[in-house]
Each structure stands twice: as C-alpha cells, then as structure tokens.
Design a binder for this molecule. Structure first.
Ligand SMILES: Cc1cc2nc3c(=O)[nH]c(=O)nc-3n(C[C@H](O)[C@H](O)[C@H](O)COP(=O)(O)OP(=O)(O)OC[C@H]3O[C@@H](n4cnc5c(N)ncnc54)[C@H](O)[C@@H]3O)c2cc1C
Length: 374
C-alpha cells in the first residue's frame, strides 16, 4: 500500500498534521521512533497563551494561532483542555513596558480584574502590572496528541534515511507520495546545511497543593489552575546549555528547586507535594519564527549553476526543492499554540494548493545561507 502522506515525528506538530490530513480524506501513516508525544510535546505544560509583547510578526502570528487553537481544542477535544481565565503579570520593568504595549495594540479582550486569585497572590505579584484575558487554557499534552491521531495508522520506527523514486518516497518498508518531517529537536532526516535548530531544555512539574488556583497564572513561569483533585502544573525552566545527549546527567533536584522558587514568587501554595517531573527539548529557529513548508534541496540548487549575484531577484519557486517533502518545526515554547493553526495551513497548502506564508517557509534560511556561500 502506498500512503498519501507519511509523517515522521509524533509530537504535537506531527499529530496535528495527521489530524487535518485525515480529515481531508488522506491515507496517513504516522511514524515515531518512540511513541506518541515522546519528545518535547510529552514534557510540555502546554499552556495556550498569546505572546505579551509589543508588535511584530511573531506576536501577530501567535495571537492568530492562540485564537484558532484554543477554539480548535475546545470544540473538538474539550475533555483534554482545562479552560480558565489567564492572568499575566509583568516580572520586570522591561516586561511591564511590553505588557503595556500589548494592551495598546491587541485585539483580544482583557481586563484588570484579578479578584478571583487575589487572596493567593504574593504582595510582590499583587503590586506588579498585570492583565486578565477572558480565555486561556492548559492542554493535557499526552492525551491531546493521542486523541488527535485516533484512527491514524502508526508505526514505531526510526526513519534513518528517506529515498524518492518514480513519484514515491520510501522510509524503510513504508511507501508514500509525500513526507512531512515533524522531528522537533532531533537530527534532521535530510541534509539541510542552511538550517540550524536551537535546542532549549526545559523541566516542569505537577504538584499537589491544598491551595486552590483559579486562573492560569504567567509571571516568572506558568502555573495552571488546580484540577478538582488539587493538582497543578508548574513550568517550565529554560536551560540553554544543558544537552541531554551529553555526558552530564540532569540535576532534577536543582530544577525542582528553581521551579518552586519561581512559582512561590507569584502565589502562596500551601502543603506542596511534587507528583511528577517532565523534561524535554524545545526546538526553535534562529529567527524565532516557526518553520512550515517545502524543503529546499541545497545541493541540486547549487549544482544547477546557482549565481549568488542573482539571489535578490530570484523568486522562491526558482530554487530546487525535494519533491513532495515538507517540514513543520521550530515552534520554540509555543508548540501547542502554533501546531493546530500551522498544520491546518500546511494541509490546505497540500490539499487545496493554498499559498503558505513565505515568512515561515524553510526557504528563508536557504536564502540567508546561499548569500553567505557567494
Ligand atoms: C518543559 C517544556 C514546557 C513547554 N511548555 C509549553 C507550553 O506551555 N505551551 C506550548 O505551546 N509549548 C510548550 N512547550 C513547547 C512544545 O512542547 C514544543 O514546541 C512542541 O512539543 C514541539 O513539538 P514537535 O512536534 O515539533 O516536536 P516533538 O514533540 O519533540 O516531537 C518530535 C518527535 O519526532 C520523533 N522523531 C525525531 N526524529 C525521528 C526519526 N528520525 N524517526 C522517527 N521519529 C523521530 C521524536 O521521537 C519525537 O516524538 C514546552 C516544551 C518543554 C520542553
């Protein structure tokens, strides 16, 4: 059997693509070396929030994605998202300036009423500038990924090499007309010398506390509302230097200490018991924007008499691309906000030939790299 699409990587990006492509009537196979949400997605606190900053493309994209994805999750998978109001508190003077700029420019509804959590806020958090969004959410990451791919064929295998011949891609014994690479922070399956991914390690915890938290609270880190059983998620750390593939093992106790210290700057949590630790890598791009679209074949483009002096005038379509090879990656700390929105765009591109946003395609990195080769 030849699939329409094989998706390599079963994190939130791969699972969201599988969902929309299946909805569009495609025969889809999802492949992962470990399982569903085994990478960064399984570690995520999966808070759904916009970016509280002044203007800019990333802020606008995240605002669109936040609205789309929150509605998508709540409509289709209400059992796997905990909805609540969202309290954003500035954690520095610079942060306060950004929050004020956000208030002036956003189209989202917000107010300043934090009375529902006032009792548990520390004096420091109470005094800081803040805003309350009517809608926020925390996704149950593992359950959401599993629900998205219900009914989709799954294969537990590491894609070592992919080959294209006569209109068909082969990944081991699997055959498909098209491949989507959704491999997160792991090594890329094809050669893309123009693309470097930033890997940022993170740690989050689930705790039980007798204190009830009513909103999702974002300050020095994010704190979820309490579940009925009194469980809340606290996360996450941002460790730019720790490499899980290196020789030094991760210091879980130091991570827990940092998480609790930061959470307690915002709220007074009584009788805390740590229930679970989740750790993983976020995968980001050098310009902080996500990456969605066709993959440029650098070698064939360069081999075919590429002239760097003509680069500025060249259109994206003038470069050589791998046939029917796409990627979705680089979501940084916003994978659960971006994935449904971007996966829908990619699906509409594949199925309906809608144009993709050129600011997000991998081609932008090829252009920058090719300029340096001249
Ligand atoms: C601690 C932490 C907290 C976070 N909190 C939030 C948050 O609150 N809100 C939010 O929106 N985002 C959050 N994020 C970010 C979010 O988790 C990521 O952006 C998202 O998980 C990226 O998803 P992905 O599908 O691209 O990658 P991943 O989830 O890493 O999935 C990639 C998958 O590809 C598989 N794979 C890789 N190579 C191969 C291969 N060759 N063959 C087969 N399989 C392969 C891996 O096994 C893995 O399962 C957080 C991340 C971390 C680590």
């Amino acid at each position: 059997m030849i699939y329409d699409t094989v998706i390599i990587g079963a994190g939130i990006n791969g699972c969201s693509c599988a969902y929309f492509l299946k909805q569009a009537g495609q025969r889809v196979l999802l492949m992962d070396q470990e399982g569903i949400a085994a990478g960064g997605s399984g570690a995520a606190g999966a808070f759904i929030s916009p970016k509280f900053t002044k203007g800019g493309y990333l802020k606008e994209l995240l605002e669109r994605s936040y609205l789309f994805s929150l509605d998508f999750y709540k409509t289709n998978f209400p059992e796997h998202i905990q909805s609540s109001k969202l309290l954003q508190i500035a954690n520095s003077e610079e942060n306060e300036m950004r929050l004020n700029a956000f208030k002036e420019s956003t189209s989202l509804c917000f107010n300043e009423d934090k009375s529902a959590v006032d009792e548990i806020l520390t004096p420091y958090a109470k005094e800081a500038a803040s805003l309350v969004l009517e809608e926020g959410g925390v996704v149950y990451a593992q359950a959401m990924c599993e629900a998205l791919v219900e009914g989709v064929d799954f294969c537990k295998e590491k894609a070592e090499k992919i080959c294209y011949s006569d209109g068909v891609w082969s990944v081991g014994a699997v055959k498909a007309r098209r491949i989507i690479l959704a491999t997160g922070s792991y090594n890329l399956v094809v050669k893309m010398p123009y693309l470097t991914l930033r890997r940022v390690w993170g740690h989050r915890i689930d705790v039980h506390s007798s204190t009830k938290v009513a909103h999702s609270i974002h300050h020095h880190l994010s704190i979820s509302p309490s579940s009925e059983a009194g469980v809340l998620a606290i996360g996450a750390t941002h460790d730019l230097h720790y490499d899980p593939f290196g020789e030094v093992s991760y210091d879980v106790e130091a991570g827990r200490k940092e998480l609790l210290e930061k959470a307690l700057k915002s709220v007074t949590l009584e009788n805390i018991e740590i229930l679970n630790d989740y750790m993983g890598l976020r995968s980001g791009s050098n310009d902080y924007l996500p990456i969605v679209g066709e993959v440029v074949d650098a070698k064939s483009t360069m081999d075919e008499g590429f002239d760097v002096s003509k680069l500025k005038r060249m259109k994206d379509k003038d470069f050589g691309y791998y046939r029917e090879l796409y990627m979705i990656n680089g979501s940084g700390g916003y994978g659960f906000v971006l994935a449904p929105y971007l996966a829908k765009q990619l699906t509409d591109h594949i199925v309906k030939h809608n144009a993709l946003d050129t600011q997000l395609t991998p081609t932008r990195f090829f252009r920058r790299w090719a300029k340096r080769q001249g």
